[in-house]
Structure formats: structure tokens, C-alpha cells
Design a protein. Structure first.
Length: 545
């Protein structure tokens, strides 16, 4: 994150040339003043310097963001950030994936929230409800710590009407259409073909899109898809509430708004607050408990809006009040599984279709089942390309690369290999791929075997967790080939990991440290430092979710 330009040595902190109207500047001036701790009525020696220092990222020796680890539990991250300035504590509340789905990185989203230039608290999709609750708590604590209005200090937080005028997304003011969540374009759905063979427990699709003219991408980028809710789910919710689907709200029907605009999973805390206002007795007590993060029914983690309503039959909320309690429906990001050099004008994704049972109901992933079940060839969908942050092929095609991607984590590496083939890269490439069963879950097998024969792919190591014999994972194959893998690292190889953040990526990280210790003859601390140094040098890159 780049620190703000220092204004002159005088209050206010936000200069007149900043891209805000008078009300926004007044609020931001007050917020910075209160947050940094200026004494009311006393100008600091250098307020601009204080603001820049407070919101610039701390030097590695002073901070280093030790919580920036997607496998670390939220409470541990918050503990590590305790006592830090608000932007750092907010950063620790994020999912630490730097996925770009919110329109920022974890650090820049946190800084925008702290500065008041971003009003939406729920943009961290991977962090879910836990992150949202922590962000709300931190923002409320910061607001309560400000001196009271009328004491020459910061005013109350920006009202929603003013907040909506503030920039949303780090790149929004200058974003080109198609390259930010706030500036989507329309792509055309071409096809979705199942990759799994008979007998697979999974449903994974190879999805092809035709891009609008002028929209490009690079291997390593992600594709943001704006989903729509299943109409059957919306109809069930309307039925539970006894609400008419044609009730007009904001220029469209209630049913259309619920399909297009509002997240229906998980059930938000505000919904339970609303229920507590319109019920009594045990229902009110249970709704209040759920709104506060409690679990009176023993199923809080699995509650979507429909399941939540089943706990409170007979409620009849006002339609507009209901919508005000729901969170906006967020785009879903998928790693792109093609190179633009392989199919100009097209883009492919590798998508696991999410279907699972909770009780007697089958839950559906909103974006994946929308692609699988509700799109027809020729349909258009709002999309955007999310540029990769620190996940890209080395500039020199002679550099060795090691790619580790089980399941749909194979997606960016298919793109990498297509790009290396198209650009005639000469560097060796080693792919670690794993899934459940070799006979039915070996995605793109013929393609990878062809790349082996052509020499674009030098080595392919596979792992199958549900075939006969002991369960085997990609990290097991890494350890088995530890000596050779270490020699690749010593020759300057770049290592890439794509997949589950909390389990697979964490296990791969441990395997790399063990390989460094065993084959590099390093003590545990030095081995861990060696892997960290690879990451710092851009030679160990992760795209995790």
C-alpha cells in the first residue's frame, strides 16, 4: 500500500484537491484526527506526517504482518495484531488470501475501511461471517474511542448516503470496464463439459466463455462471475414469509431483487436482529442469541436464510425491511485455466459444482450450480478479470517452475503450461497433481501427457487419495521426490501452489520446510527461513482459497 501524500503542516489532513466533496473531507479529517489521537483544539507539529506514518505499512522489522497467513485461525491473527493501529487490526481480520475478490488486497481493503473511503464491511468473501463480525467490532470500537461530537473532534461516522459516494474498490475511480468488480462487462457462456469420468464422487466442469472485444487476461489471473440465486430457493423463502413476489422494490419485483441482488447464504446477523424485533418470548431470545453469534439450535454454522426462517415460522417482515437486512450478492472468483495464446477471445474455468445435504435439504453453490444448471449457450453474464497479485510465470522462460495443484487447483497451471508451449519456453516444468481416483478424476490427462511428450512439461507427479492402498496426497509425492525437488530449488526454480488454503496449502508449506531441512541440511528455524526467503524473492507464490 502506498502512504498518502503528506499535506502541508497544518490542519486539515485531507487537502482541498483530494477527490471528495466537502462533507466527505470533513468526515475524513475528523476520522484521521481522532484515530491518530490529536488533542482537540491543538494542531500537531506535523499532522500530514502523522497521518502518513499511521497508515503506511510498518517496516518489516517493526511489523511484518505476521498474521498474513491464510491457514492461521482468526483469533490468533487478531491476537498478533493486538495493540496495532486500526488498519493493521482490520487487516488481521481479513482472510489473508489477497484474492482480489473484494477489489483490494487484504492490506489495502483494511486501510480503505479505516480511512472511511470504503463503506462496505462485507466484501471479504473468503472470510465470511466471522470476518464481517470482527470488522464490525473493530470499526465500532474505533468509533467509540473517538472524542464526543462537539468537542472539536471527529464527527459521527458517515451516513449511508454520504458513504455511498466514497470510492469503492482500490482501483474504482480509474478502473477500465472489465477489470474491477465495480466495472463489470458481459461475457457469453459457450459451454460447460463435465471433466470427471463415471464413478467419480465429484462434479467438475470445464467451462468456456467468449469474451467481449478488448477484454484480455494473463495466465495467473482470475475471472469474477456475478451469479444469480436459484429461483426455486427464492420462491421457497417467499413462501415461508408469505410475501408476494411481485411486490415492487427499487424499480423491480421483490422476487427479481432476491434472485439478482442479495446473498441468501449464510444467514446474516441483521436478519436475526429483525426477527427479534417482530417476535417475542423464546423466539426473540433465540433470535437475539443468533444475532450475537450464539447457537441456540446447534446449527448456526449451517444456517442460510431459508433454514433460519424455518426456526421462526409465521413471521411476516416488511419486504423492504427484509432486504435491508440481507447482504449484497458478491461475485465469485475462479482461477483461469487457459492461456489467451491458446484460444484468443476465449477463456476457460475449471469449476467444482457445489451440492451438499444439510438435513433433508440439498444446498447449492450459487455460482457453480448456476453455471451447471441455469445457463444456456449464448447467455450473457456480468464478469470481470481480476489481475493476479504476485502469481505469474517468471519473465525468463528458461526458469524452472514447480506447480502444485490438486483438484481444481490445476486451473492456473494448465494456463501456465499452455503459455509456456505458445511462447516456446525452454525451462523445465514439474507438475504435482492429485485427486481422489485416477480413473475418473485425472483432469486434462491427455493434454498433460501430450505436453510431456512435447517437452513443455518435464515431469508429472500424481497422487490419488481414494485408490487402493494408503491415501496419497501431493505433499507426500513432494517428500518422496525431496532430493530432486531440492535440486530444482537450488537451480532457481519458482514454486507455485493453488488450492485449499487451510489444509492443502498449509501441508505443502510444511513439506517444503521439511525438504529444506532434510536435503538442505538446515535446522528447523533455518529451513523455515529459507522457505520464507523464497516467498520474499517471489519464487514461492500461492493462489489459495
Amino acid at each position: 500500500m502506498t502512504a498518502p501524500t503528506r499535506p502541508p503542516v497544518a490542519y486539515p489532513l485531507i487537502p482541498e484537491t483530494a477527490p471528495f466533496d466537502a462533507a466527505q473531507r470533513a468526515w475524513l479529517n475528523g476520522f484521521f484526527a481522532g484515530l491518530i489521537g490529536f488533542d482537540a483544539g491543538t494542531a500537531p507539529v506535523d499532522p500530514g506526517a502523522a497521518a502518513a506514518d499511521a497508515f503506511a505499512p510498518a517496516a518489516p522489522e517493526d511489523d511484518g504482518a505476521p498474521w498474513h497467513d491464510p491457514a492461521m485461525p482468526l483469533d490468533e491473527r487478531i491476537g498478533l495484531a493486538e495493540g496495532r493501529p486500526l488498519p493493521r487490526r482490520l487487516m488481521a481480520a481479513m482472510a489473508q488470501q489477497d484474492c482480489g475478490q473484494c477489489g483490494y488486497l487484504c492490506e489495502s481493503y483494511a486501510a480503505a475501511l479505516a480511512a472511511g473511503t470504503e463503506a462496505k464491511l462485507n466484501l471479504c468473501q473468503p472470510g465470511g461471517k466471522d470476518t464481517l463480525r470482527m470488522v464490525k467490532r473493530l470499526m465500532e470500537e474505533a468509533a467509540s474511542a473517538l472524542p464526543p461530537a462537539g468537542a472539536g473532534a471527529a464527527p459521527a461516522p458517515v451516513p449511508s448516503s454520504a458513504a455511498s459516494a466514497l470510492p469503492s474498490g482500490a482501483d474504482t475511480p480509474a478502473a477500465r470496464p472489465g477489470y474491477a468488480r465495480d466495472c463489470p462487462v458481459e461475457a457469453t457462456f459457450v459451454s460447460a463439459t463435465r471433466l470427471n469420468g463415471p464413478g467419480s464422487a465429484k462434479e467438475t466442469l470445464h467451462v468456456v466463455w467468449r469474451l467481449p472485444e478488448g477484454l484480455d487476461y494473463r495466465p495467473g489471473d482470475s475471472f469474477g462471475v456475478f451469479p444469480k440465486n436459484d429461483p426455486a430457493l427464492v420462491d421457497a423463502i417467499l413462501d415461508r414469509l408469505g410475501l408476494p413476489g411481485d411486490f415492487p422494490v427499487a424499480g423491480k419485483s421483490l422476487r427479481t431483487a432476491l434472485i439478482d441482488d442479495y446473498a441468501l447464504a449464510p444467514a446474516p446477523d441483521m436478519l436475526f436482529q429483525l426477527i427479534s424485533y417482530i417476535t417475542g418470548g423464546d423466539k426473540r431470545a433465540n433470535a437475539k442469541a443468533l444475532a450475537a453469534g450464539g447457537d441456540p439450535f446447534g446449527d448456526a454454522e449451517s444456517l442460510d436464510v431459508l433454514a433460519a426462517l424455518d426456526h421462526f415460522p409465521g413471521i411476516r417482515p416488511d419486504p423492504e425491511a427484509l432486504l435491508e437486512c440481507l447482504e449484497p450478492l458478491q461475485p465469485r472468483l475462479y482461477s483461469i485455466s487457459s492461456s489467451p495464446n491458446a484460444a484468443p477471445g476465449e477463456l476457460t474455468l475449471t469449476v467444482d459444482v457445489v451440492r451438499y445435504a444439510v438435513g433433508e435439504r440439498t444446498r447449492l453453490g450459487v455460482a457453480s450450480t448456476g453455471i451447471a444448471d441455469r445457463l444456456a449457450p449464448g447467455d450473457t453474464v456480468k464478469v470481470f478479470v481480476s489481475r493476479a497479485h504476485g502469481f505469474a510465470l517468471p519473465a525468463d522462460g528458461a526458469t524452472p517452475i514447480v506447480m502444485i495443484g490438486p483438484g481444481t487447483g490445476i486451473a492456473p497451471f494448465r494456463a501456465f503450461l499452455q503459455e509456456r508451449l505458445a511462447t516456446q519456453a525452454t525451462g523445465p516444468a514439474w507438475l504435482f497433481y492429485g485427486h481422489q481416483k485416477e480413473t475418473c478424476d485425472f483432469f486434462y490427462r491427455e493434454e498433460f501427457e501430450g505436453l510431456l511428450a512435447q517437452g513443455t512439461l518435464t515431469r508429472l507427479s500424481t497422487a490419488w487419495s481414494r485408490d487402493a492402498g494408503p491415501k496419497t496426497y501431493v505433499q507426500d509425492r513432494m517428500r518422496e521426490a525431496g532430493a530432486e525437488l531440492w535440486s530444482w530449488l537450488e537451480r532457481g526454480a519458482h514454486v507455485y501452489v493453488c488450492g485449499d488454503a487451510k489444509r492443502m496449502a498449509a501441508d505443502v508449506d510444511k513439506a517444503l520446510v521439511e525438504i529444506a531441512a532434510t536435503h538442505g541440511r538446515l535446522d528447523p528455524a533455518a529451513a523455515k527461513a529459507r522457505v520464507a526467503a523464497l516467498a520474499a524473492a517471489g519464487r514461492y507464490q500461492r493462489d489459495v482459497y
